[in-house]
Design a protein around this ligand. Structure first.
Ligand code: C5P
Length: 225
């Protein structure tokens, strides 16, 4: 049972304001992408990592991964995250025809512990069609209307923060991507959910935080790695 991991990294990452794709922003001397690919491989249960890169940065990403010794197949991404995942999925299926499990990760979660990757894969291998790592919500969350007026206060005991890697039986993710070809989701489990497939959860990890802002980058420099 081979496991492939997809890393959509074809966005510009403008919120970080670094002037380069977010995946190439260095933390502790190496790009986020290198940390992310290394973490997936360090789990010992991922046979192939496929990175979707911005068209203009394919060669750069191939170069930084090769010089760091982080083995991955780099393919050009598409105009949306969904398209990038779809292209990476097809490349992974061609490269590893016997793959049965697929992880979808995020280069911005560069310091995801290898143990979290393993726990997602183990859960899929033990029969779950779809698995996501989650954390409890510490803050109270409000739903607001278009004017910023509070419309509802969901019970935070029922809410979870979703991390990656999200793990799927490969046929299930493929079916979701075939069923919703134009979707622009940022959450692959959401697509699978729409198929009516149950999504299981495993405990996430604070080190799998998403690096989105300069503040997050400072946290990563100070705490992670
Ligand atoms: O920009 P946003 O945070 O929504 O992007 C989420 C992830 O999807 C990022 O890792 C980004 O690199 C990736 N992405 C992609 N192809 C795109 C747009 C975003 O792989 N065309």
């Amino acid at each position: 049972m081979s496991v492939v991991a997809l890393v959509p990294a074809a966005g510009r990452g403008e919120r970080l304001g670094a002037g380069v794709p977010k995946a190439l922003v260095p933390v502790r001397g190496e790009p986020l992408l290198v940390h992310a690919v290394r973490g997936l491989l360090a789990s010992g249960c991922v046979q192939r990592v496929v990175v979707a890169a911005p068209l203009s940065d394919v060669d750069t990403m191939v170069g930084v991964l090769a010089s760091a010794g982080a083995d991955a197949l780099v393919v050009p991404g598409g105009p949306s995250r969904t398209q990038s995942v779809r292209l990476a999925l097809h490349a992974a299926m061609a490269d590893v025809p016997d793959a049965t499990v697929v992880l979808v990760h995020d280069a911005a979660r560069a310091f995801t512990p290898a143990g979290l990757v393993r726990s997602v894969v183990e859960r899929v291998n033990s029969g779950s069609p779809a698995v996501i790592p989650v954390l409890p919500v510490a803050d109270t969350i409000k739903r607001v209307d278009a004017h910023g007026v509070v419309a509802a206060t969901p019970d935070r005991a029922d809410l979870r923060i979703v991390q990656t890697p999200q793990g799927f039986r490969l046929d299930v993710l493929r079916r979701a991507y075939d069923a919703y070809p134009d979707d622009t989701t940022t959450d692959d489990a959401g697509l699978v959910e729409r198929l009516g497939v149950g999504i299981d959860t495993v405990p996430g990890d604070p080190h799998a935080m998403k690096i989105t802002t300069r503040f997050d980058l400072a946290v990563a420099e100070a705490v992670l790695g």
